[in-house]
Design a protein around this ligand. Structure first.
Ligand code: ATP
Ligand code: MG
Length: 733
């Protein structure tokens, strides 16, 4: 029970209240997440509750990992509770029961980039004016529909049947059919389908209700309708549900979060115990005061005030820069000034409103040689080469994945142009099979020139061999094989441009991603790996252990804390953003975001703005943010006077003549990695015969029993495996 002594009275009461519904409603930094963590420990260690019966849901993968790590550190051993995100929980459930809904269990998960590609194809097919209707327009509507849920068939009943609504319904319907045909789900489907599954098959629901006797949800204020349904259905049987949240931190309404879920929790469940936490342990009283002075301007909120027994601490620094470069240099030099031997770079975070702000900070920080990490923006996984190679992996996992195939069938060039591909797609549709299957038909292939048909044959052969061997191979070996044998790497090498080099660099970096997963779990399977990377939210790249300044959006910073926080771009139009004024409650949501940003800071906070700013290629004078004007001036260093009016100066374009610096590339290391990759493949020896001793990275040492052309039979400690020569990473001993 010693660990409970670290909690205060209210926190302890909440941690020990395990039966019946519990609502912990409290402000930022009051220890909500810590209480939840200790509650899991209390349940398993003191109450003897089987960890198997516990489900804890968090908002990001990173938060889930942190919570699991902390629980395991406190109890000193591993735990088989499900501590994960909504998406991961649903994905796990669907993997075991997808057939109930007519999917194969190895269904793919499509991310936003895949979704866009699909919609683009549909727009083309229907001949819709692509300038008037963008893919994001349709995807936004489809996502909202899936949150409600409204099906494509129901759409016109709900929204009327004018031409616009009919078009949306048609696109939505085709999109759904294409997903189904590819045996794929998008992110919204994961939740929607799990709820459908629970409704359709009561035994499945009962199974999970029985399993998850204790349910906890962190950041409950940001749950949407489907997440709510999911939790409600699971918890209904036993009512042991604990939700944790802060209505002041609801920042995802634009993505369907429903603040009512937390405000009406007491109505949804009977006899709810409510715990309020009022002491903040994170921030100095100046920081807390600043946060309070801003958020108290929101009208729709449950009034609450946090207190802290920490010192006032330093005042908040406000700096009005000339332009965004000056702003970035100011922040870089403040970091240099504050950085001392007992401070690491990752004690500093720059939290901005939009990803597009990051570039200037990257520039300023790298010039000062300050290490930094950008989270979000063009995600690593959104880069072309990474998308391409993951599509190869996806196809190996699931050959019905037409979308993946379309992306890579001509990458590298195999002579399949747009028209040919179109023909293939139609043919596959007529034959009601996947394009891959169509390509396996010799008759189809023979209609191509001999060069193209041989290209295609080696492509299908490549995918088939890795697909049939996938259980026997490490992911890193599959990866190497695909990259080299597909000719993808070679094609990049032949381009011999700087851009191609950086693409190769990224592809090599992907190997470290794979290695990391393999280190963590040497038996990780391809589907498991694909799931993990498909679910990587932007914030997950944040590695607190790394000694680098952290750059991210305020949205991604939810739940995190840093000693030193910078919030740049405190200008009307940027933060709060102009779009905030389009929507009812838009401004209040932006203000909550401001509250989230400020309360990330433990010791010191800097707010900055720029007098003129170039954004999306346009330079303009700015007005200081409304939130600055709302902030309690006595908490700000110096005499802050905020301009109420935008300066009456015409627009102009400013250039400062700074030339681009050349960036360092670890070229030789890269070359080495590439050579290794090819060498490993050559090592998978072709000339094996019965009696040879071999070693395999996954199965260990074994003895060759027979070798028949392409297939070799090997006994690994009596366990006989059939492996493909030239694909299995075998070393002759
Ligand atoms: P947020 O609303 O931002 O998610 P939270 O309410 O979840 O915040 P935590 O992240 O759990 O708050 O805790 C904030 C900080 O306070 C952490 O550094 C945590 O270790 C510390 N803390 C929590 N409770 C206590 C306590 N009783 N004594 C000392 N420190 C505490
Ligand atoms: Mg928290």
């Amino acid at each position: 029970m010693e660990y409970l002594n670290k909690l205060n009275k209210e926190q302890r009461a909440a941690a020990m209240y395990t039966e019946g519904p519990l609502l912990i409603l409290a402000g930022a930094g009051s220890g909500k997440t810590s209480t939840m963590t200790h509650r899991i420990v209390y349940m398993t260690e003191e109450k003897g509750i089987d960890p198997y019966n516990i489900l804890a849901v968090t908002f990001t993968n990173k938060a889930a990992k942190e919570m699991k790590d902390r629980v395991e550190t406190l109890i000193g051993h591993g735990l088989n509770s499900w501590i994960l995100t909504f998406h991961s929980a649903c994905l796990r459930i669907l993997r075991s029961h997808a057939e109930v809904l007519g999917y194969g269990r190895d269904f793919a998960v499509y991310d936003p980039t895949d979704q866009k590609t699909m919609i683009k194809n549909i727009i083309k097919e229907l001949g819709i004016d692509a300038k008037r209707y963008t893919p994001s327009y349709f995807l936004g509507i489809i996502s909202k529909c899936k949150e409600k849920p409204i099906t494509a068939e129901e759409y016109t009943n709900v929204y009327g049947d004018d031409i616009k609504a009919k078009t949306v319904a048609q696109v939505y319907g085709m999109y759904e059919r294409a997903l189904k045909k590819n045996n794929a789900m998008d992110f919204d489907d994961l939740l929607l389908n799990t709820v459908r599954l629970f409704k359709k098959d009561e035994t499945v629901l009962l199974k999970y209700q029985n399993r998850f006797r204790y349910i906890m949800v962190d950041e409950y204020q940001d749950t949407n309708r489907m997440q709510y349904m999911f939790i409600k259905m699971l918890a209904e049987a036993h009512n042991n549900i604990c939700v944790v949240g802060d209505d002041d931190q609801c920042i995802y309404q634009w993505r369907g979060a429903d603040i009512r879920n937390i405000l009406e929790f007491e109505k949804d469940f009977k006899d709810v115990k409510v715990v309020k936490l009022e002491q903040n342990y994170r921030s100095t009283s100046n920081i807390l005061g600043a946060a309070h002075s801003v958020i108290s301007n929101n009208r729709s909120r449950k009034s609450k005030k946090l207190w802290t027994d920490q010192d006032a601490g330093n005042k908040i620094v406000y700096y009005r820069a000339e332009d965004e470069r000056d702003e970035a240099y100011f922040i870089a030099s403040e970091i240099n000034r504050m950085k001392s031997s007992d401070r690491k770079y990752n004690d500093f975070a720059i939290l901005y409103r939009t990803n597009s702000q990051s570039r200037t900070f990257e520039e300023a920080l790298s010039r000062r040689e300050i290490p930094y990490r950008v989270l979000g923006g063009l995600r690593y996984y959104d880069r072309k080469e990474i998308k391409d190679i993951t599509c190869y992996l996806r196809l190996v996992q699931n050959k019905a994945d037409d979308l993946a195939l379309i992306r890579i069938i001509n990458e590298p060039k195999r002579g399949i142009g747009g028209k040919t591909l179109e023909k293939l797609r139609t043919l596959a549709a007529v034959r009601q099979e996947s394009i891959f299957n169509t390509l396996m038909d010799r008759e189809v292939i023979s209609s191509f020139s001999s060069k193209i048909s041989s290209n295609i044959e080696s492509f299908t052969e490549l995918i088939n061999s890795y697909s049939s061997e996938k259980e026997n191979l490490r992911i890193s070996d599959i990866y190497d094989g695909l990259l080299v044998k597909s000719g993808y790497l070679k094609a990049l090498e032949e381009q011999n441009t700087l851009e191609a080099e950086s693409r190769i660099e990224n592809l090599m970096e992907f190997k470290s991603v794979i290695y990391n997963y393999e280190d963590e779990d040497p038996n990780i399977t391809l589907p498991e790996f694909m799931e993990r990377i498909a679910l990587l939210a932007e914030v997950d790249n944040h590695d607190a252990g790394e000694n680098a300044v952290v750059l991210m959006t305020m949205h991604s910073a939810k739940g995190l804390e840093f000693p030193f926080v910078f919030m740049p771009g405190m200008e009307d139009g940027l933060f709060p953003g102009w779009r905030a004024f389009d929507r009812e409650d838009g401004l209040e949501e932006e203000r909550r975001l401001c509250y989230v940003g400020i309360t990330r800071a433990k010791e010191r906070l800097w707010l900055t703005s720029a007098e003129r700013r170039t954004l999306y290629g346009k330079t303009d004078y700015t007005r200081e943010s409304q939130f600055l004007r709302e902030l309690d001036k006595s908490l700000i260093e110096g005499d802050a006077i905020f301009e109420k009016k935008k300066r009456d100066v015409g627009q102009g374009v400013f250039s400062d003549g700074i030339t681009e610096g050349s960036s360092f590339k670890p070229f030789d290391q890269l070359k080495y990695a590439r050579q290794q990759m090819k060498k490993n493949l050559e090592d998978s020896s072709d000339d094996l015969s019965a009696g040879d001793m071999v070693s395999h990275p996954k199965f260990g040492e074994g003895k060759v029993l027979s070798c028949d052309g392409k297939i070799v039979q090997i006994s690994f400690d009596g366990d006989v495996k059939k492996l493909a020569v030239g694909f299995a990473p075998l070393k002759k001993l």
